[in-house]
Structures are given as C-alpha cells and as structure tokens.
Design a binder for this molecule. Structure first.
Ligand code: ZN
Length: 275
C-alpha cells in the first residue's frame, strides 16, 4: 500500500507535469472504484485549470481554478501515469484526465480500492476524509511536545499510537518500524512509558525516515512517464522492516532482527538496540 512518501512522490511528479494545465475532458471506464465515481464529476472539472497539487495525509489533492478540488486516493494498488498523446490506455486504467498539450493522466488500479471525488476547495478541511485526521508529521506542529501529550496517558503500544491517523497521519507500518529502530524504542512499549527524550528522538526519526524516503522516491521518476505508488529506492535502505533473522545493521550490535505481530501487523525490531 502506498504510504506517505510514495504519495508525496506521486504528488511531486504530477505537479511538475500538470500544474497550470487545463482539463479538457474527464473520462471514467468504470462506475465504481472503492466508492462510486460521482456522475457529474466530468462536468465539474472540464474547462478548469489546475492551480496547485499537494498531498494531505495519503490523499492527492488537485485544486482547480473553479474553486473545486479533486481528491484522489491510491488505495492498495493505485498508480498514476502521465502520458503524452495518449497512445495507449494501460490495463486497469479506470479513469483518465485529458489536459491541454496532449497530456493524459491515467489512474491504474488492479484492486480497485482507490478513489476519486470532487469537493469544494473551501470545505476540504471539513470533508469526511479529513475531518478526523491528526497532524501532518512533516510540519513543525508535530514535535516532542505534541507526541508527549498524545502518548502520556496511553497504555497501548507506541507503534500503534504513531500509526493511528487520529494523532499523526501517514506513518504506515514500514515507517513506524523503521522510526522506532532509529530512535532505539521498543515497539511494544506503552505510550505512557515514553520520556520527553524518547519523544524528541522519535519525532526526529519519523521526520527523517519520511524525508529520506521522499527524496529517494523522487529520484525514481523518469522524464516521460511516471508510474508511482510503489516504494522507491528506499526499500533497499530499510534497517529492520522485512529483515527477520538478519543481523542488526548497527555495527556494534549484529543481533538478529526479530518479527512480532502487534495489532495484526508485522513488526520488526532489534531486542538489543530497542529497549
Ligand atoms: Zn541491534
């Protein structure tokens, strides 16, 4: 499933190609993805211009000149490709947005858990997708004070807390394991056991791991086509995730990484480095 860095990579790629472009046509090839595609969607986007593209949690937002916003989610397997001259419709393309200068955005999603909808830009914050979301991890508001406040009375494992979208958006399973390793915190530790120092380290680790992945993901985009929603090169740099039985990457440690299940999700950590 695409996580925050992958979505940011998609956003960066899309933005560089379609910003300021005019939408000539929207065409769907299916009536329903995860949710039905609004019947009047095409009439609400055609003729308007893209004013900006950004990420909000794991959603791609395309603001339009008619004060509406397209909201796209990649679901489990969604990808976006932008092609010139639309010579080919890829398999599993469920909708296409045709722009001027012959650019076409195709939404490809074999498992159909993705979705698209249109809403008024002014009411985006109150949209049901966004109204209950916590803080963005890459902004200043997500800091040690915030994390300490969120964790201080909680008896659930810290890994669950940082993955809970109500508190912080976009920290998925992989990045949660990685950030906890980098900050030396055992993923099973209860939220309330975290000290201020732990929170400082964990906030820093979450930001670093996400930023690094965005940076590496960005470099995997080629000039002409962009297929995204996959992990970029970051997957080669994982410290603990998927490394069960392999040696800890801290040179002074080398203990085997273990895998446990927390809240039905695979969790990887080093028993020596994470106390
Ligand atoms: Zn270790």
């Amino acid at each position: 499933m695409p996580e925050l860095p992958e979505v940011q990579t998609v956003v960066n790629g899309i933005k560089s190609k379609i910003n300021k472009h005019k939408i000539l046509r929207f065409k769907k090839y299916i009536s329903k993805l995860r949710y039905p595609i609004q019947k009047n969607l095409s009439s609400k986007v055609e003729g308007s211009k893209v004013t900006t593209v950004f990420r909000k949690a794991k959603y791609i937002i395309i603001n339009l000149s008619n004060n509406k916003s397209l909201v796209i989610h990649l679901g489990m397997s969604g990808r976006i490709i932008i092609v010139k001259d639309n010579k080919k419709k890829f398999k599993h393309t469920h909708f296409s947005i045709f722009f001027n200068k012959n650019l076409v955005l195709q939404f490809i999603d074999p498992r159909r858990f993705g979705y698209i909808c249109i809403t008024k830009t002014v009411s985006l914050e109150r949209h049901r997708f966004f109204v209950n979301l916590g803080v963005e991890p890459l902004i200043e508001k997500f800091n040690d004070r915030y994390l300490l406040n969120v964790t201080k009375n909680k008896k659930s494992p810290i890994k669950n807390i940082i993955m809970n979208q109500k508190y912080i958006v976009g920290v998925g399973n992989i990045y949660a394991s990685e950030a906890l390793f980098l900050s030396g915190i055992n993923p099973k530790n209860m939220g309330c056991s975290l000290t201020r120092q732990d929170c400082i380290k964990l906030v820093k680790a979450i930001k670093n791991v996400l930023k690094k992945s965005i940076k590496l993901g960005g470099s995997s985009i080629s000039d002409h086509t962009m297929i995204s929603g996959k992990m970029g090169y970051f997957q080669n740099k994982l410290q603990v995730y998927g490394r069960e039985g392999l040696k800890c990457r801290k040179r002074t440690c080398q203990s085997p990484i273990i895998r446990i299940v927390i809240a039905r999700r695979s969790t990887f950590y080093c028993t020596e480095c994470q106390k």
